[in-house]
Design a protein around this ligand. Structure first.
Ligand code: FEO
Ligand code: CA
Ligand code: CA
Ligand code: CA
Length: 676
């Protein structure tokens, strides 16, 4: 039976204040507890986490930098359940590690080696803390939530786990490597950021900043004959001579280290004798079946290759295609939509073979990119090898549709899509079906752009910011970010309407900066993770802030948004030092009130708030606290008093004082729904 309609007032809690405390702060009447942290054992044979840099076996422990996360319910007998609210699996991303230089200092006893070459053992440990974990959680007899170290469902995917290439790029020449001469498999998933839950009950995990893990030596452009692969590598951030984030390629001559070096060293014409194509195996939406450990993960190439965040599905309607909305989080990148060829069959919500349902809906379809117009409309432009602007693109000669998908950024350039202020997560409103995209910030949005990396404000990215607080006037771009929303009439629609739902800002800043009129109980900067509660309809907004951390740690807000067009048209005028002022027309959502936007949570020092999962009754919320203490210097590793954060040990969780990313569980003390 459907859940009874809500009768309680939502957002009735008292807003929490901005906070610099090294603690998770939630409203009066709520409790937040630590559930599952970096290093926690995922098998009964794995020793307890000592948290002093001596721990190993991360293939059997929680990874680092907990990020996007979804809930997969379990019945009392351990079968998949869409209604269970006291037992389930959390499938979550472990995006990265906290590092000062090359090393990930909290993971190593002495802080690790911060120069090249990196020792093999350190690299192996760092590779293993990346990826995805699946962990069983349940409410125990005393009513408290706990994770089960010994659950047979617990699972880990690391940056070395073998995965299938699925969809149009499977077997394509671009995926041929020494490891897979047929171009059908690759190893590992990296920098997993946002997630999405499919309508058939699997996890999609987005690979984001993977490019920083690969390198090509100076001279590789010439070794490749300056062919089009040089254009492709450069477009994705792997120009020759750029160092990697962790130096994993320096761990030794073995294949598991050599793969991170993409220089052409072999003599084959197809890349089957080296790792020149290895980076083409990263950058996908990866599908995982959290309920079935026997199933290999699949990289769904049909959804394009870029710095993926979340995937948000349109409401499934029988007989219609499914749409999956996605963002590419880099400055001046794009927003995408995948539309399935297969029409939705409601029976697939309970598919016995969930990965086969993934094959059905995700391997055939059309990929589109968004282009915004100044009149409040926009277009979804198809990325197809038959699109004239792509087939005839002068800067890169696409070979086939697989090439268009693997190099989706180049295809989107070719069709002239709108460059956005770093598209982070997106989410679909459960009632209106409108799609909300966070645009977290963009230091390269300038009223007077200089160089090719900067771009002028436009209707969908209408704000730049000039800092007049300090001694000099500084142009800083769109430092606080905004949330754009769009309405597709149907999942397959090729045009949409849009507005800017909300602008981040500091309360009290000028009206042309604080465009949504935020007050102290709801001001924020740099929206990032977003999710709608299916139970309450609350829109949860999480921040990953670089511009407001002098005043507050990152936070989560609860919102009850309206719909596209509920505000009105607004002209924003940008003064320019040379020439005439630049006027940009945009559309701004209705300004929020205490009934429609309120700060719910503030995290510990140095953390980002990210990932949100809930039980179907809306009474339990799981949220991730990512990289507390991230600015702790390597030189201070021996002195916990100098850590910028000691969370969660200062909240009574676990051994050692080194800060740890962790999942928290939030409940309302009176047993009500979270956010009421
Ligand atoms: Fe991993 Fe774009 O946040
Ligand atoms: Ca993030
Ligand atoms: Ca971010
Ligand atoms: Ca982060």
């Amino acid at each position: 039976a459907p859940a009874p309609a809500p009768t309680e007032k939502l957002l009735a809690f008292n807003a929490v204040s901005k906070s610099l405390a090294d603690a998770v702060v939630v409203p009066a009447g709520y409790t937040a507890s630590v559930l599952y942290a970096l290093g926690d054992p995922l098998s009964s044979a794995t020793p307890a986490f000592k948290n002093d840099g001596s721990d190993g076996s991360f293939e059997q422990r929680a990874g680092d930098h907990h990020d996007g996360m979804d809930w997969f319910g379990l019945s009392a007998t351990g079968t998949p359940s869409t209604t269970a609210a006291d037992r389930g699996l959390l499938a979550m991303n472990h995006e990265a590690t906290t590092n000062e230089k090359l090393n990930s200092h909290f993971l190593h006893a002495n802080g690790g080696t911060s120069t090249l070459p990196r020792p093999a053992a350190e690299v192996d440990k760092e590779v293993a803390v990346h990826g995805v974990s699946v962990v069983e959680v349940r409410k125990n007899a005393a009513g408290a939530w706990e994770y089960l170290a010994g659950s047979a469902f617990n699972n880990r995917f690391t940056a070395l786990t073998e995965m299938e290439i699925a969809g149009p790029a499977r077997g394509d020449a671009l995926l041929v490597t020494k490891y897979s001469t047929t171009g059908t498999v690759t190893r590992g998933t990296l920098n997993n950021c946002g997630t999405g839950k499919t309508p058939w009950g699997t996890l999609l995990t987005g690979e984001e900043n993977w490019a920083g893990y690969f390198t090509r030596a100076t001279g590789d452009n010439a070794a490749r004959g300056n062919d089009r692969s040089v254009t492709a590598n450069n477009r994705y951030g792997n120009a020759e001579g750029v160092a990697t984030r962790h130096g994993w390629e320096s761990g030794g001559s073995e294949d598991r280290f050599a793969r991170w070096n993409n220089a052409k060293t072999g003599s084959s014409t197809n890349g089957s004798d080296d790792y020149r194509n290895e980076m083409n195996g990263m950058g996908y939406m990866v599908e995982i079946d959290p309920y079935d450990k026997s199933k290999k993960a699949k990289k769904r190439s049909g959804l394009g290759r870029f710095a993926h965040e979340s995937a948000a599905f349109s409401k499934p309607v029988a007989g219609q295609p499914l749409a999956a909305y996605m963002g590419d989080d880099s400055r001046n990148e794009y927003m995408y939509k995948f539309v399935s060829t297969a029409l939705w069959d409601a029976a697939d919500a309970n598919a016995a073979n969930r990965m086969a349902a993934g094959d059905k809906y995700l391997d055939a379809g059309k990929l589109y990119v968004a282009k915004f117009a100044a009149d409040g409309t926009g277009q979804w432009l198809e990325l197809s090898i038959t699109t004239p602007a792509i087939a005839g693109y002068a800067k890169y000669a696409f070979a086939n549709q697989a090439d268009v998908l693997v190099n989706a950024r180049l295809a989107a350039d070719a069709v002239g899509a709108t460059k956005m202020d770093r598209p982070e997560w997106c989410a679909v409103h459960p009632v209106t079906g409108e799609v909300y995209y966070t645009l977290t910030n963009n230091s390269n949005r300038r009223a007077e752009p200089s160089g090719s990396s900067q771009s002028a404000p436009d209707s969908a990215n209408p704000r730049t910011y000039t800092d007049t607080k300090g001694a000099s006037t500084q142009q800083l771009g769109n430092v606080h970010g905004h949330i754009v929303r769009l309405k597709d009439a149907t999942p397959g629609a090729t045009s949409f309407t849009w507005d800017v739902y909300l602008f981040g800002a500091e309360a009290g800043s000028a009206a042309d900066v604080n465009l949504s009129g935020l007050t102290a109980d709801r001001d924020f900067s740099s929206p990032d993770g977003v999710a709608f509660s299916a139970a309450t309809g609350i829109f949860w907004i999480q921040t990953d802030d670089g511009a407001y951390t002098d005043v507050t740690n990152c936070m989560m807000l609860a919102a009850l948004p309206g719909q596209v067009g509920d505000g009105g048209k607004k002209t924003i005028t940008h003064a320019r030092a040379t020439g005439a002022a630049l006027s940009v027309d945009t559309f701004i959502g209705k300004q929020p009130t205490a009934d429609t936007l309120k700060r719910f949570l503030v995290g510990p020092v140095g953390s980002e708030i990210t990932g949100l999962a809930e039980t179907p009754d809306g009474k339990t919320l799981f949220v991730n606290i990512q990289h507390p203490g991230e600015n702790t210097a390597l030189a201070n590793l021996a002195d916990p008093a100098k850590y910028t954060s000691q969370w969660p040990s200062n909240a009574g969780y676990g051994a050692g004082k080194r800060p740890r990313s962790a999942t928290i569980v939030i409940t309302k003390n009176d047993g009500g729904r979270v956010g009421s």
